[in-house]
Design a protein. Structure first.
Length: 401
């Protein structure tokens, strides 16, 4: 990496890409696991379905596909990237970093690589860090990734959490330029009063994994839904507003907000707080649920590929999450939106592999309750997997377009 230098620079988004697993888990599927129903989930959250990674997929594998798509969209080669920042709360391992696995999987030999831990705000925090590296002159092309495999950390007996989350990955490439544009004002907050509002108790130094922690279900995500909801509705709009103000702009100057996709009612509160119509908010949480750090970059890639962002538009990414954290970045869009679709098409998930360790095989990673329900007749005909021994055979499924 370069040493910092004082010359004025900007960090433009030159590439973007996303990857979501094929397997769909609908609200109706969840009705067969916990005491819930589609109407309740749609009314309280706006979520209709979410994606579930197959047994052979990992946070790193999904991240690598999204990353290569972003790199192709930018018209770059993997070795042009000189820093990889990967935001996740579901890394493949405690160590090495998932960013290091992604570096190897995409064929990069030069970049420094590290993970960023800021839960659902992680991608915005990583983006802000990337912008700082670029504007200081320390990096020229930074790959920023948000990737999560949350369905392996959910308690499928807890209806208040298991309905909310899904799997996926998104990535952007930020590139240095002397031309004004790209990321402008940034705002980030952390409120430690929220530390135990969304948490995963066991597995860390305070409660190392043991038969006891597993018996108590402490390896699953826990959440105080109401407190989290209150924090989100209070904070998202003010965080976004501060980022817009630091860019010398007004909310009415923003073509599209890309909020963290946690709950439609929270997104509606952001629109209300900014006094803007819902048409200015991008929403895809109905399809994917909450994918934590992956939600903003997946939404950004979809928004651009769907023609919702044009060159010259101002766009705001805004997120909140465990910590409590929140973050927002205002971006002046400068890259031809049409490039994204070609970038996506250039990379097939089948061509991307993450190297496995020698002489070690993980246990079946899919939680039993989830594996059982996915093997029953459902909505799509995507085989669960044939890689992991003992996985239930997929039953016949109806295909719908
Ligand atoms: C989780 C959340 C959807 C719950 O909605 P809510 O309106 O607060 O619902 P409540 O928790 O008050 O529960 C209302 C009732 O529905 C029940 N309920 C909870 N989950 C349910 C489900 N999946 N299906 C049916 N009923 C459910 C509760 O048990 C409660 O029943 P009771 O009144 O008999 O006790 C909402 O609090 C939320 O979205 N919070 C923020 C979560 C979030 O965004 N987390 C990620 C942060 S990055």
């Amino acid at each position: 990496m370069n040493q910092p230098d004082p010359q004025q620079r900007y960090a433009h988004v030159t590439g973007w890409g996303r990857y979501v697993p094929s397997q769909v888990l609908t609200n109706h599927d969840l009705e067969r696991m916990v005491d819930t129903n589609d109407e309740w989930i749609v009314a309280r959250t706006g979520i209709r379905e979410r994606r579930v990674a197959a047994a052979h997929e990992t946070t790193a594998s999904m991240a690598a596909v999204a990353s290569l798509r972003a790199i192709r969209t930018a018209g770059l080669e993997p070795d042009d990237i000189d820093l990889i920042l990967l935001a996740t709360l579901t890394p493949d391992y405690w160590m090495p970093s998932t960013a290091a696995l992604v570096k190897e999987a995409i064929g990069n030999t030069k970049a420094a690589a590290m993970d960023v831990a800021a839960a659902c705000s992680g991608f915005v925090y990583a983006y802000a860090s990337a912008q700082a590296y670029i504007t200081s002159g320390m990096a020229r092309h930074v790959l920023v990734i948000g990737a999560e495999l949350l369905t392996r950390f959910l308690d499928y007996t807890d209806r208040s959490t298991c309905i909310l989350f899904g799997d996926g990955a998104g990535a952007v490439v930020l590139s240095a330029s002397d031309e004004r544009g790209g990321g402008l004002g940034i705002e980030m907050t952390t409120d430690p009063q929220g530390a135990y509002m969304i948490w995963l108790p066991a597995g860390g130094a305070k409660a190392p994994p043991s038969a006891g922690t597993i018996a108590r279900g402490e390896h699953y995500i826990r959440m105080e839904g109401k407190e989290t909801y209150r924090f989100a509705t209070k904070t998202m709009a003010t965080t976004a507003l501060e980022s817009v103000r630091r860019s010398g702009l007004d909310p009415s100057d923003i073509a599209l907000f890309i909020p963290h996709q946690a709950n439609i009612r929270i997104v509606e509160a952001v629109a209300k707080g900014l006094d803007l119509p819902m048409e200015r908010m991008f929403v895809n949480l109905d399809k994917y649920g909450n994918t934590s750090a992956a939600s903003v970059p997946i939404a950004l890639a979809e928004a651009v590929n769907e023609g919702r962002v044009q060159v010259g538009d101002n766009v705001v990414l805004v997120a909140f999450g465990a910590g409590f954290t929140s973050g927002a970045v205002t971006i002046q869009w400068t890259t031809d939106p049409a490039r994204g679709i070609a970038g996506d098409a250039a990379v097939s998930p089948h061509d991307v592999t993450v190297r496995l360790p020698v002489d070690w095989d993980s246990v079946d990673p899919i939680p039993d309750a989830l594996a059982a329900i996915m093997a029953q007749p459902g909505t799509v005909d995507v085989p669960l997997d044939d890689v992991v021994p003992g996985e239930p055979e997929p039953a016949h499924r109806e295909v719908h377009a």
